[in-house]
Design a protein around this ligand. Structure first.
Ligand code: KG4
Ligand code: ZN
Length: 361
């Protein structure tokens, strides 16, 4: 079976496109992990309505996302959210007013992706609309295209979330190269694991960030991960283990752990590592525009470091576009559609979908 992929722009035939692009309405669907999100996007960046149902509370008692539960919660949320987003966007007759359905097809949790992809396929068929499958990471890139009118290709993208830590070179819409990724834990995963060690709830990133703001980042001399390597890659599991040993050391000594200093020192090491590899990518490619996205993009120290950087121009989107959302999927889908990309009803989710199209590998 042919797996539909986002293909390079120069390899697709020019396709007819409605001239009234600002009125082109895309229904975006995102269900790759634990957020059910839908939106209606007009043209490339005007959000008519965007709705999201977070499952954070459902998964919190388990300390992480439970795939089976995530899938069921997406099913419960999908139709009520669809009604809500259409109502808010004032779309009364979807088959006549909408122009495209764009859905995340991977990477992500299979049981979660299936709900969105099957839902989107059913809607596209019932409403006789074209359908495009979107790579979730391409979506994260487009969060910044939506947020920043002055962002032009090529640019570098730092994507940091619970499942990803990647630096991507976006040469042109649909033409991407993965420059580097994490060898083990994603940055958000490291935050969540450190939070768990300190007895905090899930997801722990925001709480670690909050404590870190009041702590001394130099109190614990955690080394910057991968500092001595000239590779564009990350590793956070050693840092997490170093935090674990510190907690044990303080417990064995019967002393109260200075949690704020520990969080601040951990955060300093993470942010220094991310920034060092971004600078390396800037140096290697000569590309001086860098975008930030993914849930860890909400981190106060990382946002500050990006915004105050002098060796490149940074693009930091608002928080609601950093974390998973349907607007970024609709925007990426709309751009792919304009490049002539289409999917048919054989579209199926791929939990490990690479950003680089397979025929380029
Ligand atoms: O992109 P996202 O909402 O979901 C996916 O993982 O796809 O990212 C969630 C991750 C979690 O690991 C969470 O702990 C982390 O982002 N996070 C943060 C902050 N806010 C969310 N990490 C550090 N500082 C924050 N302020
Ligand atoms: Zn994501």
């Amino acid at each position: 079976m042919r797996v539909p992929l986002i293909v390079r722009s120069e390899e697709v035939q020019a396709s007819p496109f409605r001239p009234s692009a600002p009125d082109f309405l895309t229904l975006g669907v995102e269900t790759s992990c634990d957020d059910t999100a839908l939106c209606v996007l007009a043209g490339g960046r005007r959000v008519l309505a965007s709705v999201l149902s977070s499952q954070v509370r459902d998964h919190a008692p388990f300390g992480g996302v439970i795939p089976e539960l995530a899938s069921r919660k997406h099913q419960e949320a999908f139709l009520p959210l669809l009604e809500e987003v259409l109502r808010r966007a004032e779309v009364r007759n979807p088959s006549r007013e909408l122009d495209l359905v764009a859905v995340t097809m991977g990477p992500g949790l299979m049981g979660s992706l299936i709900v969105g992809v099957m839902g989107a396929k059913a809607l596209a068929q019932a409403w006789e609309l074209p359908l495009v499958g979107v790579n979730h990471l391409e979506g994260h890139l487009f969060a910044n295209v939506v947020a920043h009118e002055d962002l032009v290709f090529p640019f570098l993208a730092l994507i940091v979330s619970g499942g990803h830590t990647e630096i991507i070179l976006a040469r042109a819409p649909g033409d991407y190269a993965l420059l580097g990724a994490t060898r083990d834990d994603a940055a958000g995963e490291a935050y969540d694991k450190v939070a768990k060690l300190l007895g905090m709830g899930y997801p722990g990133g925001p709480e670690v960030d909050r404590l870190a703001r009041r702590g001394d980042p130099l109190r614990f001399p955690f080394p910057t991960p991968m500092a001595s390597s000239d590779e564009i890659s990350f590793s956070f599991s050693g840092l997490k283990t170093a935090v674990l040993w510190e907690t044990r050391r303080w417990a064995a000594a019967g002393k109260d752990l200075p949690r704020e200093d520990l969080c601040a020192s951990f955060q300093r090491a993470v942010v220094d590592s991310l920034m060092a590899k971004v600078r390396l990518a800037v140096k290697r490619t000569g590309v001086r525009r860098v975008t930030l996205s993914g849930g860890v993009g909400a981190n106060s120290a990382l946002r500050r470091a990006m915004e105050s950087e002098r060796s490149f121009r940074s693009y930091v989107p608002p928080l609601e576009l950093c974390t998973d959302n349907a607007v970024m999927i609709a925007a990426a889908g709309y751009a792919a559609y304009r490049r002539g990309y289409r999917c048919d009803l054989t579209l199926s989710p791929d939990p490990v979908l690479p950003l680089t199209p397979r025929h380029q590998e």
